[in-house]
Write a protein that binds this ligand. Structure first.
Ligand code: BG6
Length: 480
């Protein structure tokens, strides 16, 4: 059987405004939640401060300065052959406080320019409306998504950008990795439940009740804006976005199988069951009852959710986990801990590399939902060395890329309707988890370092040319 990707398959890269734009307080932008996080490391958590302290370093403030260099960066993406670029709009560039009545025109103009530039290179934008950030004022005043009032503020923001960019953007995602809101870490970035909190990010404590209530508000908000998009802009396609962390049962002990089924539901299926099918899943009632979660809802909430079914399903995929009722060696991973898998190698940050798991996940997701899928994040954070002549030989990244593209090709041959792939961080950017620059994902190196120094110069790594070859042949070549 000839294995290939469909014609018109989208190849590209994915970013988030707060991790690469910089220009955090320029042209009327208000501070976002990420602007209050200092840099950390794999071993030392990022600190959250209520005020911005002059003696501390906040890496998101400058990012990699895409704000002033977007033309150069987009030209490099075009040189690699991108047909899609995933980016997010910084909510606080448009509504600096989040609850403002009118938008900030300078912020809107910036994205006009970026979208025009992408279009001039025939690159399709894929826009995340909320990628791990919100105006910090919404945290300070409302405790983020704990408050129902956020639904209205988010609707106003989405209505504004939908109207403004209706001729420039067709593909939209509502909340990045919405399912991370089920975990304490996500409650900091995804739902912003950190009102009055100061200290290491690992010390944040939130109850399940608060986390699921905040998520409920997001489901309603996502449902309402998806309905609005479908009613007013028939050319739009709206997707969800989940952080898919496949887990395996460590043994065939039936207790492990049940535990893994529950882990898969809570981590991977709960949010997308709601956003794809338009209703809370049948297993939610028992989970809520046994965990003391009681959601406050208004009469129209379930109808809003039902009306907001997505057109396509998207997810990030970096690693897999192992769960067991038996004792297991642990490893740290993508915002969560899990069991070590003896059959897999891990990155320097402990993320277990599992391309076969991507094929498996794609099949599982497609079997369940039967709508088009996109892998909108996949990548490898690694230390890179710049040689004296300026070259960067990142064979480890090329191996990771090739093995995951091969796995996707197998999934397509299995019958999965996969329509796009955007590598995470095609250009080095600030890590969301640790705030580091040295945890590099890019095909393009950026001369920026953890102490804030650097010239911001861009350099092509070996992986730049490897991805270029894969894209040029629509995934037929460059995989060996
Ligand atoms: C995803 C996020 O979870 O993982 C991105 O959507 C993030 O924002 C990416 O950057 C990689 O994680 P990290 O912590 O290595 O930056």
């Amino acid at each position: 059987m000839t294995k290939s990707f469909p014609d018109g398959f989208f190849w590209g890269g994915a970013t988030a405004a707060n991790q690469f734009e910089g220009a955090w307080n320029i042209d009327g932008r208000g501070p976002s939640v990420d602007d209050h996080f200092t840099g950390g490391t794999h071993e030392r958590a990022r600190e959250i401060t209520i005020d911005i302290k002059p003696d501390l370093l906040y890496p998101n403030h400058d990012g990699i300065d895409f704000y002033h260099r977007y033309e150069e960066d987009i030209a490099l993406f075009a040189e690699m052959g991108f047909t899609m670029f995933r980016m997010s709009i910084s909510w606080s560039r448009i509504f600096p406080n989040g609850d403002d009545e009118t938008p900030n025109e300078a912020g809107l103009v910036f994205y006009d320019r970026v979208f025009d530039c992408l279009r001039s290179h025939n690159i399709e934008p894929l826009v995340t409306l909320s990628h791990y950030e919100m105006p910090y004022h919404l945290v300070e005043k409302y405790n983020g998504w704990a408050s129902r009032e956020l639904i209205g503020f988010f609707e106003r923001y989405c209505a504004t950008v939908f109207e403004r960019y209706q001729d420039k953007v067709r593909y939209w995602l509502t909340f990045n990795e919405i399912n991370c809101g089920t975990m304490p870490f996500g409650a900091m970035l995804e739902t912003g439940l950190i009102q009055g909190f100061e200290g290491p990010a690992t010390a944040i404590e939130t109850s399940l009740q608060d986390r699921y209530q905040a998520l409920h508000h997001q489901f309603v908000a996502a449902g309402r804006v998806t309905r609005l998009a479908h009613e007013r802009y028939p050319q739009f396609k709206i997707g969800n976005m989940d952080c898919f962390i496949l887990s395996y049962a460590a043994t065939c002990d039936p207790a492990d199988i049940i535990l893994n089924q529950q882990a898969m539901r809570q981590m991977n299926w709960f949010c997308s069951d709601i956003q794809v099918r338009g209703a809370y899943p049948s297993y939610a009632a028992r989970f809520f009852e046994e965990n003391g979660v009681s959601l406050a809802m208004e009469d129209t909430d379930l109808a809003d959710i039902a009306d907001g079914k997505v057109d396509f399903y998207t997810f990030s995929y970096y690693m897999s986990n192992v769960v067991s009722t038996h004792e297991l060696e642990q490893t740290s991973g993508n915002m969560t801990r899990g069991g070590k898998n003896p059959y897999l190698k891990a990155t320097d940050w402990g993320w277990q590399i599992d391309p076969e798991g991507l094929r498996f996940s794609l099949n599982e997701i497609y079997d369940r939902y039967q709508i088009p899928l996109m892998v909108v994040e996949n990548g490898m954070g690694a230390y890179d060395t710049v040689e004296e002549d300026g070259s960067i030989h990142d064979q480890y990244r090329i191996d990771y890329l090739r093995s995951h593209v091969l796995a996707m090709r197998e999934a397509v041959a299995d019958g999965v309707d996969l329509i796009g792939y955007t590598w995470w961080g095609p250009i080095d950017l600030v890590s969301a988890g640790t705030g580091e620059m040295r945890k590099r994902y890019g095909f393009i190196h950026v001369d920026k370092h953890d102490d804030g120094s650097g010239t911001y110069e861009r350099r092509r790594k070996d992986s730049f040319f490897a991805y270029q070859k894969i894209i040029a042949s629509n995934g037929a070549e460059g995989l060996e």
